[in-house]
Structure formats: structure tokens, C-alpha cells
Design a protein around this ligand. Structure first.
Ligand SMILES: Cc1cc2nc3c(=O)[nH]c(=O)nc-3n(C[C@H](O)[C@H](O)[C@H](O)COP(=O)(O)OP(=O)(O)OC[C@H]3O[C@@H](n4cnc5c(N)ncnc54)[C@H](O)[C@@H]3O)c2cc1C
Length: 663
């Protein structure tokens, strides 16, 4: 008889686990995914609202080093073979689904206003997610690449070079002795470089920026050598905050406050309790991410999705997994895992069926412009419920909609193995018995912290150039609190279905953390996001888009597209756009606080015989809140169940600490 695997949670990690488990070349256990609500994707979910507009949890970009995630998605599109099976679909192949997004901006924002600097990172023909390779860059390789970059700047410290990097840096593998020679000449170069950098004029903005960049790179390389990270590994310094570590290796306060450093924290929501005054980011992980991001990207630094992440990632994955026989149980909420009397396995899983499905199985996708996508609400025609259901948020843990019935899964009858793929924020609400029984679980929940985030999206009548943005399609950090990160989503507009005469020319997304104190005090955190967004646009909107400045000051609200809401004027017009507070326990972003890494459990480290863990919150070797980490977590959980070699669940040089590292 085929083994049965129940996956609890259908975010990126749960779906990656399902993908590996249903691999036609493998053991192929029977797989069922249980997901609350009507759609997949979790923190990465997106769906279609009015005018087919794409509504996201928050801005998502994929980094050019996400090889595991891209590999999975490439295989998914290959299996779907849309040119043959769905020729009318406007996104046929994975290359139609993603576009290089190489313009990255850094803002300096203060009371006096904002200034932005945009770098265009060079692109290449390489593509992320190629076949599993053997040439994973080591820390020594990164060191060499960093030194090569510095060497290129070396001769011109008095007249700083153009700030825009001009080439993707790669080096061929070298002999260890050659590497040692390079490392020692590197130390000399670094000492000289830093002295030179301090002498660079502090008044000229471009020179200052270059000096900051090079000082940070220099310090990172010096620290890597001094702390012997090539031998000890990045996590040897994970007990420190990134800035703390850089300071210990001589970075100046100016460099530590530089926009690029700020951007690093902003992009990872790395603020303890969402407090802008408490930036905290595990140094080793942050350093590893920096090296991967700048020195190991394939094709482009960032890749953006041409439509929503729900459209180009989760809907195709759903389709491909269904083809492979994976079953989906939507509207199933996990409530409790119950331990066997001997405490060695999960004996039962308590679920709630939130609403009954009329037919055999809920079909979650609709077509918008020919593209299969998730709608922004459950499809009532398939459900045993009336309109009132739409007033409830079935994706929220606190949802008060009365459940249709209780469902119990029993070990041996309904599953042989379980994958826990709800996020760590949900663990205290669903795994009480485990927490009581196992100190390691309690420590993990205490130390692996999460943070609420807030996001809003705008659709504007003017194009980006007339708004005053000279480098369209950029992703920008340092836009000022509380929405420090901005991303152009204008590339998605072609897939939305606005009335022709009121078609927006710019789409934009903003996000940032949400302070814990504010969440606790708010009756409805969404109201808080709305008022914060309105204030932000009035105060900072014109800094980002000079063309959006109102004559009397503040933001030009009339620029917001709102078909059918012509009479709605002023700030009220914001109410026609999209905003959300990601404060549900599972929606909270998973932080990488200094010292938290050792408290993460690995995919096969639950301590129970039949429970495996998947997500960006486990120890998967890339312990960061990102899509690549979620994919790694999912693949590793599946590897642990079917006993496959772990190569393609750790490719990229990520090694979890647990037994999986040696599978
Ligand atoms: C605002 C924001 C912006 C981000 N931007 C980026 C970015 O640009 N690039 C990047 O790489 N990463 C980004 N991330 C991080 C990325 O979204 C996550 O790392 C990733 O989605 C995590 O996937 P996961 O499967 O581990 O968890 P989740 O996505 O949280 O998945 C958990 C799943 O379990 C389901 N679930 C929860 N509770 C229950 C329950 N009780 N019963 C049944 N189902 C349940 C959820 O609905 C969800 O489907 C961002 C995150 C946020 C919040």
C-alpha cells in the first residue's frame, strides 16, 4: 500500500514538499494538502480583486540566487506544457512569468525630504534554477569575488569610480595555495583601501556613496578573513547583529548608517517587534545573503513576476500538483496536533471544516484574461454557504465564522507521515501538547521571533516618467518609515482588466514592518495601515514622485485610479486602493534575530516519529524569511520522508545542522 502524507499548510514550503513527494521518479506516497480558506500561497499569496487587479500580501521579488525555487518552478512549467495543453494562456513558460528587475534604488529620507540613487545592476544570459551543479561558491570564492571588485576600484580612490557596478563577478575555481596567496594580498589591499576611503571627500554625494559602499565591502572582507569564516562557516558570527559585527571590525558610524546598510535591514523586515529603533539581523546570515545576492546572482540581481505571485507561482503549482495526483482540501483549518500516549508520534490531527463544499472537490482557480488565477474571495457557487460568508476572513486565525464540522485525521488510518507547514507563528496555537512535552519546541517558539508587516498598493493614472521617476520599474528601499520599501509593479498592468478609458499607467507596492505596540493597541490593524499610508503619501509621496505633489502640498489623490468612484475626492480616494495588515500568526514575517539560529529545528528534527517540518522558520541552512528558504524547507521535509539524497534540497551551499545534512 502507498504511504500517505498529510501536509498541513499550502504556502511555498508545503507546496515544495508536495512537489518533491509527488515526483514521478520517486516513491510517490499519496499526498493531501490541508489549507484553510480558499487559496494557496500563505505570505506569498495574491489574488484578483476589482478590475482583475492583482492584490498581494506585500511586495515580492525573487533574488537571482534562488536556484532551488527557480528550479522547482521551471520544472513545474515544463510539466504543465502550456503551449500544448493551454495555448490560449497568456503566460506559457517560466520565462514569460518572470522579468529581470535590475534597477535597485536606495533612498536617504529625512525631515528635509528624500533623495534616491538607483543602480542598474548588470544582467547576463545566465538563468537561475539551472540543473544541479557542483560549482557552488564557497566562502573563499566570495572573498575572491569581493577582492576582485575592490581591486577594480583600487586605483581610483581619489576620484571614485562610477557607482554603478558594471559586470557580474565570477571567478574560476583556483588552487588552495593560490587562494592563500590571494587572501594575504587581500588583507594588504583591504588595509590600504580603507585608509584611502576615509580620505574621499565627504561632501560630494556620489563620492560619499562610493566610499560607504567600499568601506562596507572592505570591512566585510576583513571580518571574513579575521574571523576565519571560510573555516568556521558564516553561522560562527550569527550570535551578533550585522552592524555590531561590522563595528567590531572597524566600520565607521557613517558606513553603518549608510542607505545600503539600512536597505539590508529594510528588505528583511529586520526590526525586533517591528520597532524601527531596534534593527537586529544575525550577522552570519546577513553576510551570507549579501554575498549570494551580489556575487552569485544569475541573470539579474532581482526578478519580478509579470503578474501576481498567486498567478505565476501558486496557480501553476496547484495545476501541476493536481496533475500528479496530489489532493487539496481547502477550507480545512488545523486546530491541534494530538500526541500518542507514549509521546513519540502524532496520534491525531484535529481540523475544522470551515464550510462544506458542494461537489466532490473545491476548484480554486478562475480565469482573468485567460490566465488561471485565485480570486479574492471564496467561490460561493461551490459552497454550502450564502453571501454572509464573504464578510468573514477565513484566512484569519481569529475568524468567528461558525465551522461546518470537525474533522479528525488518525495516524495509520489517514496518514503515515505529517508535514507541518503552517508558519512558526501558528505553532503555539496548534501544537500545545508538543510545546508542553518538549523544551526544544518551547525554546524555538520563544527565540524564532516573527514580526507583523503592513502593505499597500496604488494604481495611478500617470506613467512613472511623468510622475518624475527617471528609472522606471525600480525596487527601492529607504523610502522612510513606516513603508520603507517600494516596488514598481507596472509590469503587471497588462494582465489586469481595467476599463479602457480608466486604465492605470503605474502600479506600485509599499511595505514595511508594523510595530507590536501599535498592533496591540489597534481595534482593527487595517484601519491603522490605512491612516499610516495616507499620512505617508501626504508627507513622502512627492519625494518619491515629484509629479504627484499637490499644488498646496501633500499628495495628488486625484491620480489614483478608481473607476466608478469619480465623486470620491481627497484622501478618501485612498479607500479605493488596496492595503492590508499582515498580523495573523501565520502571516507574520519570520525574523532571523542574532542568536536565534541554534533554536530552529530541522525538517527531521521534530522529535516525533511521524512529524516533519517545512517552512522558512526551520533550520534549512538558509535561515531567512524568504521564498528560497521556504522551498528548501519543503524539499528537506519531503527528502526526510522518502529518504532521498538531500542534494537538491540543499543546493546553494545551505546545510541544515540536523541529520539531513548527511542524508
Ligand atoms: C510582506 C512580505 C513581503 C515579503 N517579500 C518577500 C520577497 O520579496 N522575497 C522573498 O523571497 N520573500 C519575501 N517574503 C517572505 C516569503 O513570503 C516567505 O518566506 C514565504 O512565503 C514563507 O513560506 P512558508 O510556506 O514557509 O510559510 P507561509 O507562507 O506562511 O505558509 C503557511 C501556510 O499555512 C497556512 N495555514 C496557516 N495556519 C493554518 C491553519 N491553522 N490551518 C491550515 N492552514 C494554515 C497558511 O494559510 C499558508 O498557506 C515576504 C513576506 C512578507 C510577509
Amino acid at each position: 500500500m502507498r504511504r500517505r502524507v498529510a501536509i498541513l499548510g499550502g504556502g511555498m514550503a508545503g507546496l515544495a514538499a508536495a512537489w518533491r513527494l509527488s515526483d514521478p521518479d520517486g516513491e510517490r506516497p499519496e499526498v493531501t494538502v490541508y489549507q484553510r480558506g480558499w487559496r494557496l500561497g500563505g505570505k506569498g499569496a495574491s489574488s484578483r480583486g476589482p478590475h482583475g487587479r492583482i492584490e498581494e500580501h506585500g511586495l515580492h521579488v525573487w533574488l537571482g540566487f534562488y536556484d532551488n525555487a527557480f528550479r522547482l518552478l521551471r520544472a513545474c512549467y515544463e510539466q504543465l506544457d502550456r503551449p500544448g495543453s493551454d495555448p490560449g494562456c497568456p503566460i506559457q513558460r517560466w520565462r514569460d512569468a518572470f522579468v529581470p528587475a535590475s534597477s535597485v534604488g536606495l533612498g536617504r529620507t529625512g525631515d528635509a525630504g528624500s533623495s534616491f540613487w538607483v543602480a542598474d545592476f548588470p544582467e547576463s544570459d545566465r538563468l537561475p534554477g539551472g540543473p544541479l551543479g557542483t560549482d557552488e561558491p564557497t566562502i573563499t570564492d566570495f572573498l575572491e569575488r569581493g577582492l576582485a571588485l575592490l581591486g577594480r576600484f583600487g586605483g581610483s580612490l581619489d576620484s571614485p569610480p562610477a557607482p554603478t557596478p558594471r559586470a557580474e563577478l565570477t571567478t574560476s575555481p583556483t588552487h588552495p595555495a593560490q587562494r592563500r596567496r590571494r587572501a594575504s594580498s587581500g588583507t594588504e589591499l583591504l588595509s590600504g583601501a580603507r585608509a584611502g576611503l576615509r580620505a574621499v571627500s565627504g561632501n560630494d554625494a556620489a563620492a560619499r556613496r562610493t566610499a560607504e559602499l567600499l568601506e562596507l565591502l572592505t570591512t566585510m572582507l576583513r571580518g571574513t578573513i579575521a574571523d576565519r569564516l571560510a573555516i568556521r562557516g558564516y553561522n560562527a558570527i550569527d550570535h551578533l547583529d550585522l552592524r555590531e559585527w561590522l563595528l567590531a571590525h572597524g566600520a565607521s558610524q557613517a558606513a553603518l548608517a549608510a542607505p545600503i546598510m539600512q536597505g539590508h535591514y529594510d528588505l528583511s523586515f529586520a526590526y525586533e517587534e517591528g520597532d524601527p529603533a531596534r534593527p537586529r539581523f544575525a550577522a552570519g546570515l546577513a553576510l551570507h545573503l549579501t554575498m549570494k545576492m551580489f556575487f552569485d546572482y544569475k541573470g539579474a540581481l532581482f526578478w519580478k513576476m509579470r503578474a501576481g505571485m498567486g498567478d505565476v507561482v501558486f496557480a501553476p503549482l496547484y495545476q501541476a500538483l493536481r496533475e500528479r495526483g496530489v489532493r487539496f482540501r481547502f477550507f480545512h483549518r488545523l486546530d491541534h496536533l494530538r500526541l500518542a500516549p507514549d509521546g513519540r508520534s502524532v496520534e491525531e490531527v484535529d481540523l475544522a471544516r470551515q464550510v462544506r463544499v458542494r461537489g466532490e472537490e473545491y476548484a480554486p482557480l478562475i480565469r482573468v484574461g485567460g490566465l488561471p488565477v485565485f480570486p479574492d474571495r471564496p467561490n460561493l457557487s461551490q459552497l454550502d454557504a450564502g453571501q454572509e460568508l464573504l464578510r468573514y476572513d477565513l484566512e484569519s486565525h481569529g475568524c468567528t465564522w461558525p465551522d461546518a464540522e470537525r474533522v479528525t485525521l488518525a495516524a495509520g488510518r489517514d496518514y503515515d507521515a505529517l508535514v507541518l507547514a503552517v508558519s512558526v507563528g501558528m505553532v503555539p496555537h496548534t501544537c500545545g501538547e508538543l510545546l508542553e512535552a518538549d523544551e526544544r519546541w518551547r525554546a524555538m517558539v520563544e527565540r524564532v521571533a516573527t514580526v507583523g508587516t503592513q502593505a499597500f498598493q496604488l494604481w495611478l493614472r500617470a506613467d512613472e516618467r511623468s510622475l518624475g521617476w527617471q528609472a522606471p520599474a525600480a525596487t527601492v528601499t529607504g523610502c522612510g518609515e513606516p513603508f520603507d520599501t517600494f516596488g514598481s509593479l507596472s509590469q503587471t498592468l497588462a494582465f489586469e482588466t481595467w476599463p479602457e478609458r480608466e486604465r492605470p499607467l503605474t502600479a506600485a507596492s509599499f511595505c514595511g514592518t508594523m510595530p507590536e505596540a501599535a498592533i496591540a493597541a489597534a481595534a482593527d490593524p487595517r484601519d491603522l495601515v490605512r491612516s499610516a499610508a495616507e499620512r505617508f503619501l501626504d508627507r513622502r509621496g512627492a519625494g518619491l514622485w515629484p509629479g504627484a505633489a499637490a499644488a498646496g502640498g501633500g499628495f495628488r489623490w486625484d491620480l489614483l485610479c478608481a473607476p466608478g468612484a469619480g465623486s470620491v475626492a481627497g484622501r478618501e480616494r485612498f479607500g479605493t486602493q488596496y492595503w492590508r495588515a499582515n498580523v495573523d500568526p501565520s502571516d507574520r514575517y519570520v525574523l532571523a534575530l542574532p542568536g536565534s539560529g541554534p533554536f530552529r529545528l530541522a525538517a527531521d528534527g521534530s522529535g516525533l516519529d511521524n512529524l516533519y517540518l517545512a517552512g522558512d522558520w526551520i533550520d534549512n541552512g538558509l535561515n531567512a524569511g524568504c521564498i528560497e528558504s521556504a522551498v528548501l524547507g519543503g524539499l528537506q521535509a519531503a527528502n526526510a520522508i522518502v529518504g532521498r539524497r538531500a542534494d537538491d534540497g540543499t543546493s546553494g551551499g545551505y546545510r541544515p545542522r540536523g541529520a539531513l545534512a548527511h542524508v
